[in-house]
Ligand binder design. Structure first.
Ligand SMILES: Cc1cc2nc3c(=O)[nH]c(=O)nc-3n(C[C@H](O)[C@H](O)[C@H](O)COP(=O)(O)OP(=O)(O)OC[C@H]3O[C@@H](n4cnc5c(N)ncnc54)[C@H](O)[C@@H]3O)c2cc1C
Length: 426
């Protein structure tokens, strides 16, 4: 009976691989069974979509003792507040390919990962006025070149595709029929479940307080429940990643900023649900949500100036923001003037100087890896990022794609340049 109870406790506390852990040693046990330091092959810090995807891909590659540590609950940070739009519209080949690779995973989630990511295919439009037409056409050509199903539409075709859209000031739009959105919480929990099923430990409510070094290389992490020895640590702590990096003297240029999302109820005569839409004229994005809602956020790069402490910020939206976003979206969808507000929320972006993440091994500290700084567009990339980072951790090699996201680019001036002014579009 006692053996069965202990087996149950070990399973549910996900501690079965720890050699001996304080608190689990039965009273009166022999002196030789002493608590020893926990060990792992790889510690992943952060239980957002990035950390969960990395843990899954590491476990899938056969890394035997992967431990993911999350200070709150899985997806309790920015991932859980994400609008989780999955589009491939990027202005450079590397991210466009990553978005396409990730879309294929979202489309076949049950087979590839298991569980559900809640992918809903809606289609995506990005509308521009005259001055931006050439950039749009160039980017669409680039995207088609990597195999993305996208084309330019305008005039009557645009109105037929999206009847409620005010199109008079739009010269053209890029139309991506395969795009959609996901449920970011199910995405993260199913990645974590799949990692666990392949032998990883997923530990929630355990905070990493520092990264441990010995002889200049990674030796593990200190946590709120004692240290864990590990030769490799992946910092996937999103808007907190720069603070953890600083514990070993590494500077990551990540600035957390606050980004609100407002929900509006569509009026009963709106017709069918709209596609996802990004507007370069009024600088907002909109996506449909269940319950006849539209979710609206900003793509104005100036919003990155709203710096915030990710542990202490206003998670709600005020009337001023609701009225601003309502005004923007109803200029493009006039029928929404008859809609009404359903409130909203705010989340945090981990913004880097070029709005692209750092996906790299840290030079000079063997065993330390970073996957952070997704600058408000990391959800859609998480399947590809998990696979790329697992490759880097297990082989030590930066492939061509990883070279793009090097940590030292901010120092060497090799910043990633998008072809739009709207940095978040990439
Ligand atoms: C409002 C909003 C809308 C967005 N919309 C989109 C979109 O439409 N499409 C898109 O692609 N992207 C979007 N994004 C961006 C996307 O959601 C993020 O890039 C992505 O979720 C980042 O995931 P992550 O796992 O890297 O980071 P996070 O979600 O920040 O996860 C990091 C985790 O690390 C944990 N952590 C931090 N410090 C520690 C520590 N010391 N010890 C243990 N755990 C720690 C945190 O609790 C957190 O759960 C949006 C973001 C927001 C906020």
């Amino acid at each position: 009976m006692l053996r069965r109870v202990l087996a149950f406790v070990r399973k549910h506390l996900a501690l079965s691989r720890a050699p001996a852990v304080a608190g689990l040693t039965p009273p009166g046990a022999r002196a030789s069974i002493r608590p020893v330091t926990e060990t792992a092959e790889v510690v992943v810090i952060g239980g957002g979509c990035t950390g969960a995807s990395i843990a899954f891909h590491l476990a899938e590659r056969g890394v035997r003792r992967v431990v993911l540590l999350e200070k709150g609950a899985l997806a309790s940070g920015p991932t859980g507040r994400s609008t989780a739009i999955v589009r491939q519209h990027y202005s450079n080949e590397v991210t466009a390919r990553m978005a396409l690779e990730s879309l294929r995973v979202f489309q076949k989630w049950g087979d590839r990962v298991g569980g559900t990511c809640g992918f809903v295919q809606t289609g995506f439009l990005v509308g521009v006025r005259e001055g931006e037409r050439a950039a749009l056409e160039g980017n669409v050509a680039l995207q088609r070149g990597v195999g993305i199903d996208v084309r330019i539409v305008s005039g009557g075709e645009l109105s037929r595709l999206e009847p409620e859209l005010f199109t008079e000031d739009l010269v053209a739009a890029a139309y991506e029929p395969e795009a959609g959105y996901c449920d970011p919480v199910s995405t993260t929990t199913s990645l974590a479940d799949a990692a666990r099923a392949r032998g990883a430990r997923i530990v929630q409510s355990r905070e990493v307080t520092g990264i441990r070094l010995e002889g200049g290389r990674v030796a593990g992490v200190d946590t709120s429940a004692g240290p864990i020895a590990a030769p490799s640590v992946v910092n996937a702590a999103g808007a907190w990643a720069h603070r953890l990096a600083a514990t070993v003297g590494v500077e990551l240029p990540i600035e957390p900023s606050r980004h609100p999302v407002c929900a509006f109820h569509r009026p009963p005569d709106f017709g069918r649900a709209p596609m996802i839409y990004a507007d370069f004229v009024h600088q907002f994005y909109m996506r449909p949500e269940t319950g006849d809602l539209c979710l609206v956020g900003s793509i104005d790069p100036a919003a990155a100036g709203n710096l915030a402490d990710p542990d202490r910020y206003n998670e709600g939206v005020d009337l001023e923001t609701i009225s601003e976003f309502g005004g923007l979206v109803s200029r493009r969808y006039p029928a929404l003037e008859r809609g009404f507000s359903r409130g909203g929320w705010a989340g945090i972006y981990d913004v880097t100087p070029d709005w692209h993440p750092v996906l790299d091994a840290i030079d000079g500290i063997p065993g330390l890896f970073v996957a952070a700084g997704f600058s408000g567009h990391g959800f859609k990339l998480c399947p590809a990022v998990g696979s790329m980072m697992a490759g880097l951790v297990t082989t030590g090699r930066r492939d061509e794609r990883l070279d793009f996201f090097r940590a030292d680019r901010f120092r060497t001036g090799r910043l990633i340049r998008g072809k739009y002014d709207y940095s978040i579009v990439g």
